[in-house]
Write a protein that binds this ligand. Structure first.
Ligand SMILES: Cc1cc2nc3c(=O)[nH]c(=O)nc-3n(C[C@H](O)[C@H](O)[C@H](O)COP(=O)(O)O)c2cc1C
Length: 186
C-alpha cells in the first residue's frame, strides 16, 4: 500500500525553495535595471537561470553578456517586491526599488549596496525552454557584507535571513533559522 498521497506537483511544489536573488543589469543607454528571480540551478561556479525572454533583464543580459546576482535577506522584502514590478523600459529601477548601488569589480552593471552578498557573472549560453529561456553564466567574483561573514569567512545565510520562495507566484517565503551540524564528517 502507498503511504504517501499523490499530489498535483504544480500545486504542492515539493521541490520549491531556491534562495531569492535580485539581478542587476544595464541597458544600452546605461539605464540600470533590477528584478527578482527564484528559478535557477547552480553547479560549481556556473548558474543556469530560467528567465522570461520579454523581461528587461533578459534583453540586457543578451546585449551586454554581464550581470550581477545580488542576494537579499529578510530585511529586504520590500525592495524585492518593488524590484519585481513591471516598469516601462528606460526607467531606473534601482531608484524605483529604493536601492542604493555601488560599483561592481569586473562587470559594468552596478551591485546592490544594501544587500548582504553579490556575485558578478558573465553569460555563457542560452537555450529556449518553453515560456522561459535558460541562461547559463559563469561566476567571476563574489562579495559579502562583512556583517554576514562567519569567523571562517563563510557567508552566514541564517544571519542574513536568506529568503526561499516556496509558492511562486504567490509571495510566500521561508527563511532558515539555524544551522544543524551533522554527526559524521563527509
Ligand atoms: C520572488 C520572485 C521570483 C521570481 N522568479 C522569476 C524567475 O525565476 N524567472 C522569471 O523570468 N521571472 C521571475 N520573477 C518575475 C520577475 O521578477 C518580473 O517579471 C520582473 O518584472 C522582471 O523585471 P524586468 O523586466 O525589469 O527584468 C520572480 C519574481 C519574484 C517576486
Amino acid at each position: 500500500m502507498c503511504y504517501k498521497k499523490e499530489v498535483d506537483l504544480r500545486r504542492a511544489k515539493p521541490l520549491s525553495g531556491d534562495p531569492v536573488i535580485v539581478i542587476s543589469t544595464m541597458d544600452e543607454n546605461g539605464v540600470k535595471n533590477v528584478a527578482a528571480f527564484g528559478s535557477y540551478l547552480r553547479i560549481g561556479s556556473t548558474i543556469i537561470l530560467a528567465i522570461a525572454p520579454d523581461s528587461h533583464t533578459y534583453k540586457n543580459i543578451i546585449r551586454s553578456k554581464e550581470f550581477v546576482i545580488n542576494i537579499p535577506g529578510l530585511k529586504d522584502m520590500e525592495s524585492i517586491m518593488r524590484a519585481s514590478r513591471a516598469y516601462p523600459a528606460g526607467k531606473d529601477e534601482f531608484a524605483a526599488a529604493g536601492l542604493r548601488e555601488e560599483p561592481s569589480l569586473i562587470v559594468a552593471p552596478p551591485t546592490i549596496r544594501d544587500y548582504p552578498a553579490s556575485v558578478e557573472c558573465r553569460l555563457k549560453w542560452t537555450k529556449n525552454e518553453g515560456s522561459h529561456d535558460l541562461v547559463a553564466a559563469d561566476f567571476l567574483c563574489g562579495r559579502c557584507d562583512e556583517a554576514y561573514l562567519d569567523p571562517a569567512g563563510r557567508f552566514d545565510q541564517v544571519k542574513a535571513g536568506v529568503l526561499h520562495i516556496v509558492r511562486y507566484p504567490e509571495p510566500v517565503y521561508i527563511v532558515a533559522d539555524r544551522y544543524i551540524q551533522g554527526i559524521e564528517r563527509m
